[in-house]
Design a protein around this ligand. Structure first.
Ligand SMILES: *[C@@H]1O[C@H](CO)[C@@H](O)[C@H](O)[C@H]1NC(C)=O
Ligand SMILES: *[C@@H]1O[C@H](CO)[C@@H](O)[C@H](O)[C@H]1NC(C)=O
Length: 318
């Protein structure tokens, strides 16, 4: 019966997603991070979802040609009746292969991902499902959330050939291992959130990233490759708080706005970590938010290091 309910809810939510404003516009700054989670909780609270008829009419009036999704199958006339949903489960659906494609690929348990998780447009939500691996994702997935699960490893095939993938959020899993090429060939990947895991070593990351959060992991001296962020011209936010780093990863990309490294083990830095000591006209005006508090570093030892910055880093100046 739970499964029947899921099918119905899946369709219901899918339909409402087409009517509701997309979640893509959610601001993902650290300050609003919790708010994002709350928003999602509200979304999962199906009882709060009310679609009035005018919204539904707008959807049905839209030409189906300019949509990314295959147009959803018609809802059963009386979805409360068990009889009509039961037909969908045993595969004898009168709606044909279109209906199956909406459910996404089969998981290991022979269960489509979009029944196990919730798929809305190009977003796949798998939060809090006791998953121990990344489920197979539909080819057009752009936003993937799988927070609060038990995933231990990211394999090289988990995200293979997902050329539309823009955001991966695996907050609060048990990830301790990531295959070296797990994030390779993701030409659109912009945001990677791996906070609250057990990661010791970061694999190669795509240079398209704009937002990286690997806070609260186990990255130490060799956890981040040399020059790992050098070519990320669009990287704005780099959050690596609560790890065991003993140095600031260099070089920092030019357009970085926020660098959070609080609660690591950074002891010292070079005078040209942020600035160019040989060229005093160089200004790094984007980098306004540097956090080094909670490190055993004495910022007073390198007074020349902040000359080009719009603001002093936050940390111990004694
Ligand atoms: C010094 O930096 C400025 C601003 O980035 C640049 O225009 C100039 O060419 C640099 N000068 C030298 C000698 O590298
Ligand atoms: C921090 O560095 C400054 C400048 O070198 C020095 O005067 C000060 O005593 C240092 N503070 C600590 C706690 O080591």
């Amino acid at each position: 019966m739970k499964v029947f309910a899921r099918i119905f809810l899946g369709l219901f939510v899918l339909d409402s997603a087409l009517a509701a404003p997309t979640l893509e516009s959610i601001n993902y700054d650290s300050e609003t991070y919790d708010a994002t989670l709350e928003d999602l909780d509200n979304f999962y609270n199906y009882e709060n979802l009310r679609i009035d008829h005018s919204e539904i009419e707008i959807v049905t009036m839209m030409p189906s040609g300019n949509r990314e999704l295959p147009s959803p199958p018609p809802l059963p006339q009386e979805p409360e009746e068990e009889e009509s949903t039961a037909k969908l489960i045993d595969g004898s659906s009168p709606h044909g292969p279109d209906f199956i494609s909406v459910l996404g690929p089969q998981t290991n348990e022979d269960f489509p991902t979009c029944l196990l998780c919730t798929c809305m447009s190009t977003t796949v939500y798998c939060d809090d499902h006791e998953l121990d691996a990344v489920p197979p994702l539909p080819k057009n997935t752009a936003y993937f959330y799988s927070r609060f699960n038990r995933i231990k490893k990211i394999n090289k095939n988990d995200f293979a050939h997902l050329s539309d993938l823009k955001r991966i959020d695996l907050t609060s899993n048990l990830i301790s291992e990531i295959d070296e090429d797990a994030f390779r060939e993701l030409p659109q990947l912009r945001e990677l959130v791996l906070r609250d895991n057990r990661i010791r070593q970061l694999p190669e990351l795509p240079s398209t990233l704009t937002f990286i959060d690997i806070s609260n992991n186990r990255l130490g001296r060799k956890g981040i490759k040399q020059e790992a962020f050098k070519d990320m011209y669009d990287l704005h936010h780099l959050y690596i708080t609560d790890n065991n780093l003993d140095h600031i990863p260099l070089p920092l990309p030019a357009n970085l706005r926020a660098l959070h490294l609080q609660n690591n083990n950074i002891l010292e830095m070079h005078e040209d970590t942020f600035c160019n000591v040989k060229n005093l006209t160089y200004v790094r005006k984007a980098l306004e938010d540097i956090r080094l508090d909670g490190n055993p570093i004495n910022l007073s030892k390198t007074p020349q290091a902040y000359m080009c910055l719009p603001r002093l880093p936050i940390g111990s100046l004694v």
